[in-house]
Design a protein around this ligand. Structure first.
Ligand code: 4HU
Length: 445
């Protein structure tokens, strides 16, 4: 299948408006920088991908919810220095309100759970697919919007929630034809880092900041990470201890270092044992360096990666048991993930897994001359009421109509001609077999 057209990827070029004869300049026909149009071919791919997201959400018994893309800025003001809150697409509206184009969906989910209050029975399992925004200096030419599939469970305190979410992600990959040799999911827990900070009696208030710094492992050099950690006031001994534990990729080793009574170890052992029973153990691996970059994670975190290491994280998520109290509400344990629509398409292209989604139409109805345009309307209307997709074509030469039928993969060509119509008939051409026959117009199926 052909890859989506270039419009799906912002080329960042500044177009030079064409000067037409009357001197007025043509509006810039490109979408705003960092955003994408979805012409039909790209839209078919996006619709197909979102249909896979929805089908997995259905089999996992999640309910669909939705929110405004516009949210109060207050929902995203966090002090931990996360990239996502430093790139808010924020502004003041005409009523003087501070608002944003949301950069993520989880805070909206939390807001709705709080708003629903006692009317929701727990645990609740919600999903949504929505556009998210960031305002990033275009120096890096990166996108400013993407669509994210989010699945979240509220009111399930145990690792069953994480293991359910991992199954959803893996079911999605399998539906797309991706295997565990293409993609892996790194799993850890922020409680690992919590345990290390406790070992060095590092104050609680540094936890979130340290997580955001450590999440840059792999993007910054080890020295840069150490420098940022020291700058928070950590001793070099604590910094070395953190880096050492976070480089662990073996759960038994982690148990040796932290002890088996540490919650992080118990949680992870439970999760990996569930994974065997779900049948997806070969997809996941323990990797202590996974902390994810969002301030509010409190427990198990995970991210999917392409094993060839060519792409950025495909999706990621984790447990966030104390997000609601940051909005002044009683806490409800929660866990969720976000799965963007861009990296996954890059992976499908890499793996030659883009589906063939060419356009398909059931019937073309074509009046052979002008006085038959009325009867052609009757024929098209009756077929559409029977659920057939009908392209009503007129004012074209028959040669063009046959070319068009090929282009849109029409199954049949229904010709409305004068002599046939006078006998109450129409002529049907089955384009795959070249069969041709007359049918009573009223009996056309
Ligand atoms: O995943 C970070 C993110 C958030 C909003 C928009 C885009 Br593009 N990327």
């Amino acid at each position: 299948a052909s890859a989506p057209s270039s419009s799906a990827v912002d080329n960042g070029d500044t177009p030079s408006p064409v000067e037409p004869s009357d001197g007025a300049s043509v509006v810039d026909v490109n979408p705003p920088r960092g955003t994408r149009d979805f012409p039909p071919e790209d839209m078919r791919l996006r619709t197909w991908l979102f249909d896979q997201f929805r089908e997995v959400s259905r089999v996992m018994a999640f309910e669909e919810v939705d929110f405004p893309v516009l949210e109060s800025e207050a929902l995203f003001i966090r002090k931990a220095g996360e990239e996502i809150t430093q790139q808010l697409y924020n502004f003041e509206d005409k009523g003087g309100r501070r608002v944003v184009l949301r950069p993520e969906i989880t805070p909206s989910l939390a807001r709705l759970v709080i708003k629903q209050g006692k009317s929701v029975s727990l645990p609740l399992k919600w999903f949504t697919i929505g556009q998210c925004w960031r305002y990033e200096r275009m120096t890096r030419g990166r996108r400013r919007e993407h669509y994210q599939w989010n699945m979240d469970i509220f009111g399930m305190p145990k690792v069953r929630a994480e293991s359910e979410l991992l199954q959803a992600i893996i079911l999605l990959f399998e539906r797309l034809g991706i295997t565990s040799s293409d993609v892996g999911i790194r799993v850890s827990s922020r409680k690992v880092l919590q345990a290390v900070l406790n070992m060095y009696s590092i104050p609680e208030h540094l936890f979130t900041e340290v997580c955001v710094i450590v999440d840059k492992l792999g993007k910054l050099t080890r020295e840069e990470i150490e420098k940022e950690l020291i700058s928070t006031g950590l001793s070099s001994e604590a910094v070395q201890g953190i880096i050492e534990v976070l480089s662990l990729k073996s759960l038994p080793k982690l148990e040796e270092v932290l002890g088996s009574d540490v919650e992080a170890v118990a949680d992870l052992k439970k999760l990996f044992s569930f994974a065997e029973q779900y049948g997806y153990a070969d997809w996941i691996c323990f990797d202590a360096s996974v902390v994810r970059g969002l301030a509010y994670y409190t427990g198990i975190v995970f991210e999917a990666f392409d094993r060839e290491g060519k792409l950025r994280a495909i999706c990621g998520g984790g447990r966030y048991d104390r997000l609601l109290s940051t909005f002044g509400s009683e806490d409800i344990p929660a866990c969720g993930f976000g799965f963007g629509d861009a990296v996954i398409v890059e992976l499908l292209k890499e793996k030659g897994l883009l589906p063939d989604l060419s356009r398909q139409i059931d019937d073309i109805v074509f009046p052979l001359d002008e006085e038959l345009q009325g009867p052609a309307s009757t024929v098209a209307s009756s077929l559409r009421k029977k659920g057939r997709s009908v392209d009503l074509v007129e004012d074209k030469r028959l040669k063009w109509v046959f070319k068009h039928a090929e282009r849109i993969n029409a199954s049949r060509l229904i010709l409305v001609g004068k002599s046939e119509w006078e006998r109450g008939m129409v002529r049907v051409k089955v384009l795959s077999t070249r069969d041709e026959f007359e049918v009573k117009a009223g009996e056309l199926q």
